[in-house]
Design a binder for this molecule. Sequence first.
Ligand SMILES: Cc1cc2nc3c(=O)[nH]c(=O)nc-3n(C[C@H](O)[C@H](O)[C@H](O)COP(=O)(O)OP(=O)(O)OC[C@H]3O[C@@H](n4cnc5c(N)ncnc54)[C@H](O)[C@@H]3O)c2cc1C
Length: 591
Amino acid sequence: MPTYTANTKDMQFVLHDVLNVSSAGLPGYEDMDRDFTEAVLDAAAKVSAEVLAPLNTVGDTEGCVLENGVVRTPTGFDRAFAAMKEGGWTALDCDPEYGGQGMPYVLATAVGEMFVSANMAFNMYQGLTHGAYSAIHAHGTPEQKAKYLPKMVSCDWTGTMNLTEPHCGTDLGMMRTKAEPQADGSYKITGQKIFISAGDHDLAENIIHLVLAKAPGGGEGTKGISLFIVPKFLVNDDGSLGDRNPVSVGKIEEKMGIHGNSTCVMNYDGATGWLLGDLHKGMRAMFTMMNEARLGVGLQGYAVAEAAYQNALAYAKDRLQGRAVTGAENPNGPADPLIVHPDIRRNLMDQKAFLEGARAFTFWGAHLIDRGHKAGDAAAEGLVGLMTPVLKGFLTDKGFETAVAAQQVYGGHGYIEEWGMSQFARDARITMIYEGANGVQALDLVGRKLAQDGGKHVMAFFEMVKAECKAHEGDERMKPFTDALKVASKQLQAAGMFFMQNGMKNPNAALSGSYDFMHLMGHVCLGLMWTRMAKAAHAALDAGATDTAFYEGKIATGRYYMARQLPACGMHLARIESGAEPVMALSVDQF
Ligand SMILES: Cc1cc2nc3c(=O)[nH]c(=O)nc-3n(C[C@H](O)[C@H](O)[C@H](O)COP(=O)(O)OP(=O)(O)OC[C@H]3O[C@@H](n4cnc5c(N)ncnc54)[C@H](O)[C@@H]3O)c2cc1C
C-alpha cells in the first residue's frame, strides 16, 4: 500500500525563505513565525499520515454506495471526518466570527496540500464545504451568515456547488433549472444537476446546496442566472433542522477515480431555496470565488502527484534491476537499484522539479490572495487573477503527467492496482476537467485575462520577471537561472505580441495557440519560482545553514528545471506563431 509523509521542510522553506511570511506585515499574519507554522504543519502532517492516508485505498476500492436514497461513504470515512472536525481542521482560515480560526489562506493552503496528498477524495467533502462557506460569507445577508456559517465552519453541515446540467457544463447560459418566486420571499427550485461532488453522504447532519438556476425576468444566457441556498433539511429560525426539502439523489456516477467522493445526480423537485446575493447576478457571485476554487484544483493536481512521487522514489531505491552503466553500485546484490539508471533519474528529476516549483507557485498565489483580501492590494489581486487559469490548467496537466511518470517508475507493477500507483493517476485525471476544463482555462487566459484592465496585469507580470533577472545581474551563481528565465520570458512576450497582431483580425489565430500559451506561461511562472528559490537557498547557505544537502539539492533541482523544462517554451512559441492555419486546415468532413 502506498504511504505519504508530508514534506513540511519544503513547505517551511517556501513560506519563510521564499515568501518571507513572517515579515509580510499583513493583518492576520502576526503569528506567522517559523515556530508557529511548524507547529501547525507538523500537526497536520500527523493527521494526514495517520488518519487520512490509510483510508485512501479503502475509499478507492469500496467507493460510495446509494442505499435507500442515501449515500454511504467508505468504511472509516465517518470516523476520520469526526477527527477532522474535532481537531478544528475544517475551520483553519474561516472567519472567527463564525467559529473559524482566522489563519492566513496561505497556511490553510499548505495544510490543504497535505490533506489532498493523503486522500483527495475524502478532502473534497470539506473542500466543497469551504467553497460554499466562502460564497455565503461573501454574498449572504447577515441572517443567512448567522444561520448557515457556524455549522459549515465546523462541518456539522457540509456544502456543495451545483452548476452542471446534462446538456450544459461549460456553456452555463443554456441552463434549464428554474427558480419560481414564492409569496414568502423563498423560491421553488426545479431541475436536474449532474456530477455534483459530495452531493449526498452520511458524514454530516445537513447539506447546504448552492444551486445556480434561472429566475424569471433575467433574460437569455448567463445573465439570467441566480444563486440559491437549498438545504437538504430546511433550517428553522432557532437553528434546528426542519422538514426534508424535496432534493434527492438520482444516482451516483461510476467514474475513473476519486471513488471515495460521491459524485451525484441531484434532482430538485420544487425544493425550497433562498436567493444568495443579487437576483440575476449568480454568475458574478460564483466568479468572486473562482480564484480560490481554481487554485484549490491546481493544488489537487500537484498534491496527488506529490504522493505518487514519494512512492516512486522509494520504489526506485528499493527495486533491483540491471547494472549502472558506469559500474556496479550494489556489487554484493544481484543487481543495482533502479535509481542508478540515468533514465530513471530523468524521470524522478522531472517529477521533483515540477512538484517543488508547483508548491512555490501555489503558495505564492495563495499569498497574493491574502494580500488582496486582507490588505486590499489591488495589484496582487490583479496578478493572481491573471495567473489563476495557469495555476489551474498548467498545474493539473503537469500534475497528471507527473502521476503517470511516477507510475512508470514501477514498470508493470505500476499498472497493477495492488501497488496503488494507478489510483494516483486515476484520481489526478479529474483535476484537468472540473472547475472549468483546461481548454477553457486557456481560453480564459488568452481571451479575457491578457487584455483585462488594459493589459496592465500582464505588463506588471513581465516587469516583475524582468526585475527578478536584473536583481541578480553579476551573480555568477544565478546565471543559469536568470539567463534561462530571460529567454523564456521573451518568448512569452513574443507570443503575447503575436496574439495582439493577429488575434483581432483572426480570433482563431489566438485561440489555436491558447493552450500552448497557458503552458508557456506556466513554465515562466515555475522558472520565476525556481529563480526565487535558488536565491533563497544561496542566501541560506551564505548565512551558514547547516543543512547543506537540502539547500544544495534545491539549487541543483532548480538548475535541472531551467535546463531541461524551460526550453519547452521555445516549442510552445513556435506552435503559437504557426497560427490558425495548421489547426483549422481540415473541414469537419475531412476528420
Ligand atoms: C467527478 C466530477 C465531479 C464534478 N463536480 C462538480 C460539482 O461539484 N459541481 C458542478 O457543478 N459540476 C461538477 N462537475 C462538472 C464539471 O465541472 C464539468 O464536467 C466541466 O465543467 C465540463 O463540462 P462538460 O462536462 O459539460 O463538458 P463540455 O462543456 O461539453 O466540454 C467538453 C469539452 O469541450 C471543451 N470546450 C467547451 N466549450 C469550449 C469552447 N468554447 N472553446 C474551447 N473548448 C471548449 C471543454 O474544454 C471540454 O474539453 C464534476 C465533473 C466530474 C466528472
